[in-house]
Design a protein around this ligand. Structure first.
Ligand code: HEM
Length: 118
């Protein structure tokens, strides 16, 4: 049986990196800075979504999650910019489950570039 959140097309992922990524660098990775990749961080883990500009590029639906740790907004199923922040401690149990599901979804599709500095 296929596992949960498997991509429709197989995705060849690189071994996860464990670089420490600064908030300043991550902030540049929002699709608006030429020469920078596009990153989304979830629970401190940084994913490279550059290949999916259709979803994450400037003006795209999910660009709000890029260049930051957007855990709260993902867990809350919110696209509001003010919800795209790292503090997921305010999520209820259902929201925490949604957040973990997104983590799994991203893990199966996007390369891990490292951990966001704490
Ligand atoms: C009217 C409401 C919405 C519609 C119609 C919609 C539609 C979609 C569709 C069609 C996909 C692609 C699924 C796939 O590739 O298999 C998607 C992916 C996604 N959606 Fe939504 N969505 C909606 C609302 C939201 C909200 C509120 C969030 C906030 C968390 C959200 C976050 C995402 C994310 C993160 C992806 C994954 C994109 C990727 O990396 O491929 N969506 N959505």
């Amino acid at each position: 049986m296929a596992g949960k959140f498997e991509p429709k097309e197989a995705v060849q992922l690189d071994p996860p990196k464990d670089d420490v990524i600064s908030k300043e660098y991550l902030a540049k990775c929002d699709g608006t800075h030429e020469g920078y990749p596009i990153y989304v961080a979830i629970k401190g883990t940084v994913f490279n979504v550059t290949a999916n500009t259709g979803s994450y590029g400037p003006g795209a639906s999910y660009n709000v999650f890029t260049g930051k740790d957007a855990s709260y907004g993902l867990g809350k199923s919110s696209l509001k910019p003010e919800d795209a922040h790292p503090d997921y401690s305010q999520l209820d149990e259902a929201g925490l489950k949604v957040l973990d599901d997104w983590y799994t979804f991203f893990s199966k599709r996007y390369n891990v570039m490292g951990k966001l500095e704490s």
